[in-house]
Design a binder for this molecule. Structure first.
Ligand code: PRP
Ligand code: URA
Length: 211
């Protein structure tokens, strides 16, 4: 059973597009476009509970009290490199969001995350933060990125991924129980190299064509 703050967004369009991404014969161009498209769909669902207020708008016919977004502004924080692939989709849904970058790579032997870059908007602590990365494998990279954001004073953080392993979900739930996880799929397990099975391979390499 998944913890209650894990949300699997298995809309048929999302599931279909993710299956195309999983295909090892999908080209870099298509893979990159699909990451972005799914990022847009997931953002649509993640923002479903944004609070609304009412404001007066004058339509061509009359004045009316109409819904407008209220509440805190958003920041999207991709975990470099692969998280970059999701940013465009988020910004298409929330064009006013600011973008922070956090550079994290996973040591191939130890699977431990290493932070190499962090640049956030100056008002990041005032914003709802959406951390994005296609893959949640051991959970080490996402947990370390969230640690860094909390160290800087962020209090409202959500995590969006495309594919999550049960192991990674468990790590985030244990270390950051306040952070909700949104994913397009929960896969079976990690292999001996820390890759998600069935997964989609190395997301960064497939987005940027580096292998
Ligand atoms: C990948 C992926 C995640 C991380 C997931 O990045 O994009 O950031 O691995 O693994 P974890 O949950 O076990 O930490 P990678 O380190 O390969 O860097 P890249 O995005 O630059 O390719
Ligand atoms: N990082 C990836 O890009 N893919 C995996 O399956 C695990 C970590």
């Amino acid at each position: 059973m998944l913890p209650e703050n894990v949300h699997v967004i298995d809309h048929p369009l999302v599931s279909h597009k993710l299956s195309i991404m999983r295909d090892k014969n999908t080209s870099t161009k298509d893979f990159r476009e699909l990451v972005s498209e799914i990022g847009m769909f997931l953002t649509y669902e993640i923002t479903r509970d944004l609070p609304l207020t009412t404001e007066e708008v004058e339509t061509p016919l009359c004045k009316a009290q109409l819904p407008k977004l209220a509440g805190k502004k958003m920041a999207v924080v991709p975990i470099l490199r692969a998280g970059l692939g999701l940013v465009e989709g988020v910004l298409r849904m929330v064009p006013s969001a600011r973008v922070g970058h956090i550079g994290m790579f996973r040591d191939e032997e130890t699977l431990q995350p290493h932070l190499y870059f962090c640049k956030m908007p100056p008002d990041i602590t005032q914003r709802d933060v959406l951390v994005v990365d296609p893959m949640l494998a051991t959970g080490g990279s996402a947990a370390a990125a969230i640690d860094e954001l909390k160290k800087r004073g962020c209090t409202s953080i959500k995590l969006m991924v495309l594919v999550a392993a049960p192991e990674g979900i468990e790590v985030i739930h244990r270390q950051h129980p306040d952070v909700s996880i949104y994913t397009a799929a929960v896969d079976s397990h990690l292999n001996e190299h820390g890759y998600i099975v069935p997964g989609l391979g190395d997301a960064g390499d497939r987005i940027f064509g580096t292998k």
